[in-house]
Design a protein around this ligand. Structure first.
Ligand SMILES: *Cc1c(COP(=O)(O)O)cnc(C)c1O
Length: 394
């Protein structure tokens, strides 16, 4: 295969933004003209619309997902002396949020097949100080709501969801953000719902949590110049709220598109199982919103992950690793006292995971090319050939 192909980027915003470009421009223009640049009606409208989309009651826009975790935990009453359970394999922002709330992070391992927090490991980590558990709906797949709610009610724990990768994800009849007392979302551009910059939100069923959030994000002042909380300045920009409001009606279709791409990857990648390439398992059917499509390059694979990534890159196919180092082994957090070997599944996943291109508008030909390029490395028949023969067989 010597034809020169266009690059397949890891994420491409063009297919998402081009069809609605005029709506996005109008949204930004309207804010510029109105001159309401911080908070205001547009932010309030988006907060309400997004909370409703999550099937919960209240939303409070903040500057980013990390702030949503830190301030959201604080608004739930978590502070010094409390232990908060979180998975070792998550984006480091989950950990940063816990530490900023003042609580003590307590890591647990994950399920090696789904990469989600192992709730039986979480149960073993519960102490008299444990106040909350943070399920991270990693890659766009929710942690089982039934199991979470069982655990939380047995041990009287607060559930705070990290839903930064799971906008509109569903499982067992629940939507991400509606399982726990509160949840954090990020609107970083590449998330399923992304702004033109940073943004985040805390959604909650509890009026009091939402009220406290409003104060915390606004210098801790429930009313002007009267400061009752240790707050900060962390608000969702009005311009970003306008952009997000314009994009929200398309989110469900974009997620559907991601889901179809994932189905195609799943089907085409089946022959590579024999080579040790194993997709992360989906236990939530169509409720998975595939922020990322991740495969494991397991021990039995004859080619190592770095080589695979380089060969794909040579062919213009961009991939990612989410994440290369588990939180408990990050240099900045050595004082927490964890070490290599503490969470074997999380540590193994960090060596194995490879994220393939995934975004709404990634077309079938591109998916075929990704899988074919991968397949060629193993000298197996190409996915295209396989698909053709299965189509002719009916
Ligand atoms: C992106 C992300 C965050 C943090 O969001 P920012 O908006 O980048 O601060 C937190 N947790 C997870 C799992 C994420 O993917």
């Amino acid at each position: 295969m010597n034809t020169v192909h266009a690059t397949i980027p890891f994420v491409d915003f063009k297919p998402q933004h081009q069809p609605i470009q005029s709506k996005l421009e109008q949204a930004v223009q309207a804010v510029i003209q109105q001159g309401d640049y911080v908070l205001g009606q547009r932010v309030a409208e988006f907060e309400q619309a997004f909370a409703q989309a999550c099937r919960t009651n209240f939303g409070t826009g903040v500057a980013c997902g990390t702030d949503a975790i830190a301030l959201g935990l604080q608004a739930c009453g978590i502070s010094h002396g409390d232990e908060v359970i979180l998975p070792a394999n998550t984006f480091v922002a989950t950990l940063i949020g816990v530490i900023r709330s003042g609580a003590t992070p307590v890591f647990v391992d994950c399920d090696p097949d789904t990469a989600l927090i192992d709730l039986s490991a979480a149960e073993k980590a519960i102490t008299a100080q444990t106040r909350a558990i943070i399920p991270v709906h990693l890659y766009g797949q929710m942690v089982s709501p039934h199991q979470l709610l069982d655990l939380a009610s047995t041990y009287d724990l607060l559930i705070f969801e990290d839903a930064a990768q799971a906008h509109l994800a569903e499982r067992e009849g629940y939507r991400a953000g509606s399982v726990g007392t509160a949840a954090a979302f990020s609107f970083y551009p590449s998330k399923n719902l992304g702004a033109f910059g940073d943004g985040g939100m805390v959604v909650t069923r509890e009026w009091i949590v939402a009220e406290t959030m409003r104060s915390l994000r606004n210098y801790g002042a429930p009313r002007k110049y009267y400061h009752t909380d240790y707050g900060t300045n962390s608000r969702l920009d009005t311009i970003q709220a306008a952009v997000l409001s314009a994009k929200l009606p398309y989110l469900s279709d974009w997620n559907g598109d991601r889901n179809q791409t994932a189905q195609l990857y799943n089907q085409l990648l089946k022959p590579l199982r024999s080579q040790g390439i194993i997709p992360i398992e989906n236990h939530s059917g169509h409720g998975h919103v595939y922020h990322l499509y991740v495969v494991r390059v397991t021990d039995s694979c004859p080619i190592d992950r770095a080589t695979i990534q380089n060969k794909l890159q040579e062919q213009g196919i961009q991939t990612g690793i989410h994440y290369p180092i588990p939180c408990h082994l990050q240099p900045a957090f050595q004082h927490l006292g964890y070490q290599a070997g503490d969470f074997p599944h999380a540590e193994a996943l960090c060596q194995e995971v490879l994220s393939l291109p995934m975004y709404p508008g990634l077309d079938q030909a591109q998916v075929l090319r990704v899988v074919d390029t991968l397949t060629t490395l193993f000298q197996l028949p190409s996915a295209e050939e396989k698909l053709c023969s299965s189509l002719t067989l009916g």
